[in-house]
Design a protein around this ligand. Structure first.
Ligand SMILES: [Zn+2]
Ligand SMILES: [Zn+2]
Ligand SMILES: [Zn+2]
Length: 89
């Protein structure tokens, strides 16, 4: 993981936060999650790679939405899947 902003991350001026602190997909299926991430393209909040369903990664791969933000309280970072880049904001 590169600790450096890429062009996708730099293009984000308003970071989208979670509307509700829950994984939309896990809620539907009754699953649990560990941490939450918010897609910066469409604003959906989904679960992280430590969660059994890894919905945020699946969403990024299926929809071509490359950048997520942490939706955890107190965490302020963005991650870009195509560039494997992580940056604070
Ligand atoms: Zn990028
Ligand atoms: Zn989930
Ligand atoms: Zn999205």
């Amino acid at each position: 993981m590169k600790k450096k902003a890429c062009d996708h991350i730099r293009a984000i001026t308003d970071v989208k936060g979670p509307v509700r602190r829950e994984c939309e997909e896990c809620v539907k299926s009754g699953s649990r999650w560990v941490h939450l991430r918010t897609c910066q393209t469409c604003g959906v909040t989904l679960c992280c790679d430590n969660s059994p369903n890894r919905h945020a990664t699946k969403h990024a791969q299926a929809s071509d939405h490359g950048v997520i933000a942490s939706a955890e309280p107190g965490e302020r970072w963005l991650y870009c899947y195509p560039d494997d880049a992580l940056a604070g904001y």
